[in-house]
Design a protein around this ligand. Structure first.
Ligand SMILES: NC(=O)c1ccc[n+]([C@@H]2O[C@H](COP(=O)([O-])OP(=O)(O)OC[C@H]3O[C@@H](n4cnc5c(N)ncnc54)[C@H](OP(=O)(O)O)[C@@H]3O)[C@@H](O)[C@H]2O)c1
Length: 294
């Protein structure tokens, strides 16, 4: 697969980290429900190899995917890492014995989370660590991000984290975090049908901060819409490609991390960066949010 344009490039603020806007989210490399080993480990390794071969230089992960499994697969496939590969991880949760997701922002868990990432990825320092809040489709307004940010800033001073991002957060939590240390990216749920962060994205764009939507394809509930299908048919593309192309078009500070455990889907997703959307298509895609609200 020849190197593709991958949506152009973006530089994280205050850093020398520049990546293609089309990246890859590694959560799908773990087993069902993001727990345990994947069904086809060899295919997962192939997915990572193909991504790098195609020019992907931004991988989003966490040590609580699996747990540990996803990072171990990334290390097996790609270590020693290509010089320009950016690996972004996140801290603020643990997994229970049956795969339960436990929100945990104790100082000990945040610190051990960073060390788990370092060990399983085979790194001395992580490029970016996102301090994760406690909501999924919507940030939990009651979460106080400041103590977690203080801990992350200390880990940064110790050289274990190069830069800090935040995820699952609202505008106030971002501002609270920025008062403690520079925030180089924000990761929240956002896609064609879930657009609660529209104003936030525009505000971050003005600040030069990238917004990295998770569940760009709908996550556990893949996007489904007659209008999306219509636009896809008119472009001879797939609905998932159109959903990604729309995000790239939505704002220049959007960086993509679609997840897949399949080389076929990976190749399909990367080609989305080449799609051009007409005004008519954009209008139709914009109206999907109203459908989703009904
Ligand atoms: N901060 C957070 O709380 C948070 C939460 C969730 C995720 N994330 C991050 O965001 C990344 C992306 O999210 P995600 O992977 O959960 O959701 P997603 O990218 O919206 O969708 C992934 C799902 O879509 C399927 N898929 C991918 N490409 C496809 C294609 N071309 N055609 C049909 N189906 C396709 C995948 O299945 P196949 O494997 O079969 O392709 C998988 O089931 C994750 O990898 C993770 O790094 C962060």
């Amino acid at each position: 697969m020849a190197t593709q344009n991958l949506g152009g490039r973006y530089t994280f603020p205050g850093t020398e980290l520049t990546v293609h806007r089309m990246g890859y989210g590694a959560m799908q490399l773990a087993g069902p429900h993001v727990f345990g080993p994947p069904k086809d480990r060899a295919e997962c390794i192939r997915v990572l190899h193909r991504a790098i071969e195609a020019g992907v230089d931004h991988i989003d992960t966490s040590d609580f995917y699996g747990p540990h499994v996803t990072n171990q697969i990334i290390k097996e496939a790609l270590h020693p890492y290509p010089k320009h590969l950016l690996i972004v991880s996140k801290i603020g949760a643990t997994r229970g014995p049956k795969g339960e997701w436990n929100q945990d922002h104790s100082r000990e868990t945040l610190i051990s989370g960073v060390h788990d990432n370092l060990r399983n990825l085979g790194l001395d320092a992580i490029d970016i660590v996102n301090v994760r809040g406690t909501g999924l489709d919507k940030a939990n307004d009651k979460f106080d991000i400041r103590p977690s940010m203080e801990t992350a800033a200390q880990l940064q001073q110790q050289g274990l984290i190069k830069h800090i991002g935040v995820s699952n957060v609202n505008a106030k939590q971002i501002a609270d975090a920025q008062a403690i240390a520079p925030v180089v990216c924000v990761q929240n749920m956002y896609n064609l049908a879930n657009r609660a962060d529209d104003a936030l994205i525009d505000d971050l764009n003005k600040q030069g901060i990238p917004y990295v939507p998770f569940f760009p394809l709908g996550g556990f509930s893949p996007l489904q819409s007659g209008k999306l299908d219509e636009v896809a048919r008119s472009l001879d593309a797939t609905p998932m490609q159109v959903a990604l192309a729309w995000l790239l078009h939505r704002s220049p500070n959007i960086l993509l991390i679609p997840g897949t455990s399949s080389t076929g889907h990976l190749e399909e997703n990367l080609k989305a960066a080449e799609l051009e959307l007409s005004d008519e298509a954009l209008q139709k895609l914009d109206s999907i949010q109203d459908e989703a609200k009904k």
